[in-house]
Design a protein around this ligand. Structure first.
Ligand SMILES: Cc1ncc(COP(=O)(O)O)c(C=O)c1O
Length: 384
């Protein structure tokens, strides 16, 4: 049967490495999984306790509201003011979503249709390129390494309705400055497009870098939308709590669409998330510190293996250029060899788009001891 929309999607490259990982494990091999960016750090205790308490109350078993309960919207607005200096009206400028991923996918439905263009730098987190396509739009992809200059060039030729960016960036780990964000907002106002910023790694940054919110730029209120999530900041991946924030008419449009599609996240999760945002202020920096020490372990282990990589200033990933002698192989072949010969699963850069093939991505989702084990095995592979 010919299926609609999904048949035209590119094959999910990560599935190839995943399949090999499963086969190796079935054979009894130990595979250290630094592929999928699935956080392994437990969620805050306060979140779990409040979830249990709220789940015991039958009133919370009913349908919730798709836009998110008022207290949750207030709590995220308070965090935005405290952490990013951005004041938001929780009534009109905040909607809760089932993670940033769902928020982004449905946002595209209300923003674009056939005939529209969306600019998404490549490589990118897969849903960034797929969501506009599912909504019928054409995607134009300047090289992510070209930064704002490459986006500006693409905007002049492609005349997009939407430009989708994300900093700290998955997979390249590039970070943005407040001045860079201001340039993007100025560009959006000059060329009349909507800027969408996926801020999933808002709180995961190192070495003194503090990721700026796009919404803090002058004039962002007119042309910008930001996605925020508890997934990485509070290590709450499975809870599926994200937010769409910013320009009120856009937030309202998404909320209207979602009122037809869902009844919101299970209410005890929304209640627990509210309390977490209000009480677990130190949790994001604790999570960050864990990723930082894993990053350092991986970078120094790779250096010892003869694979020098620039330490990232944000995200929970290390984006490693293929070592010279493996460059001709391409990222998928190298990822398969790393899995087969070193027992280390990574994500091949090609899975993030054409611009990614010169790299593989390590996710910092195993502890330092396992990371040490991984780099020792990689050292042996590279020494041959
Ligand atoms: C850039 C980016 N956006 C969004 C997500 C997913 O966020 P959520 O769990 O809130 O859907 C990820 C997860 O890896 C990501 O890397």
């Amino acid at each position: 049967m010919k299926f609609c929309r999904i048949d035209d999607l590119p094959p999910y490259v990560f599935a190839t490495v995943d399949q090999l990982k499963r086969e190796l494990r079935r054979e009894g091999r130990d595979v250290i999984d630094l592929g999928f960016g699935n956080p392994d750090i437990p969620s805050p205790a306060v979140a779990v306790e409040k979830l249990r308490e709220a789940a015991l109350n039958p009133r919370n078993h009913r349908y919730s509201v798709s836009r998110g309960i008022e207290q949750l919207r207030r709590a995220v607005a308070e965090r935005y003011e405290r952490s990013f200096g951005v004041v938001l009206d929780p009534e009109t400028q905040v909607a809760s979503t089932i993670g940033a991923k769902e928020g982004l996918a449905h946002l595209m439905w209300v923003l674009v249709e056939g005939g529209d263009t969306v600019v998404v730098p490549t490589p990118a987190y897969p849903i960034h390129r797929v969501a506009p396509r599912l909504a019928g739009a054409t995607v134009v992809s300047p090289a992510a390494e070209g930064g704002v200059d490459a986006i500006a060039e693409a905007v002049r030729t492609a005349r997009p309705k939407v430009v989708l960016v994300s900093y700290p960036h998955n997979p390249t780990t590039a970070v943005a400055t407040a001045a860079g964000m201001q340039r993007l907002v100025d560009l959006a106002r000059e060329h009349d497009f909507l800027l969408v910023h996926d801020f999933a790694y808002a709180d995961v940054a190192f070495d003194g870098h503090r990721p700026p919110s796009l919404l803090a730029a002058d004039g962002a209120g007119e042309c910008a939308i930001e996605l925020y999530s508890l997934t990485k900041s509070f290590s709450m991946a499975g809870w599926r709590v994200g937010f769409v924030l910013g320009r009120a008419d856009v937030v309202g449009a998404l909320a209207k669409l979602k009122s037809y599609l869902d009844y919101g996240t299970f209410q005890p999760i929304q209640i627990a998330s509210t309390v977490t945002l209000r009480e677990a202020h130190d949790y994001p920096s604790e999570v960050c510190e864990i990723y930082r020490s894993r990053r350092d372990a991986l970078i120094s282990g790779l250096a010892r293996a003869g694979w020098p990589v620039e330490p990232p200033r944000g995200t929970m990933f290390v984006w490693a250029p293929l070592p010279e002698r493996f460059r001709a192989l391409g990222s998928l072949e190298l990822a398969l060899r790393l899995a087969r010969e070193a027992g280390v699963a990574v994500s091949p850069g090609i899975g993030f788009g054409e611009g990614g093939d010169g790299h593989v991505r390590f996710a910092l989702v195993e502890n330092e001891q396992r990371i040490g084990q991984a780099t020792r095995a990689i050292r042996k592979l590279l020494a041959h």
